[in-house]
Design a protein. Structure first.
Length: 66
């Protein structure tokens, strides 16, 4: 599981049911983050990162730059 506080716009994430998509917005909410993801299938979902057990589909941009 990823640290929800590190999720940023443009990150590529994977959800076990919806597949892979790109983060278009984030909203910190208590001990979780609501993440808006535009999935490759064309659907857009707002998911709680911790509850949804999201995973990185690709290494985050910040880590690639190091």
């Amino acid at each position: 599981m990823i640290d929800h506080r590190l999720i940023r716009k443009g990150d590529r994430l994977r959800h076990r049911l919806f597949g892979t998509g790109t983060v278009t917005d984030t909203l910190p909410l208590g001990d979780d983050t609501v993440v808006t993801i535009e999935f490759d299938s064309g659907s857009t979902k707002k998911l709680c990162a911790v509850i949804s057990a999201l995973e990185y589909a690709e290494e985050p941009k910040e880590q690639k730059d190091k």
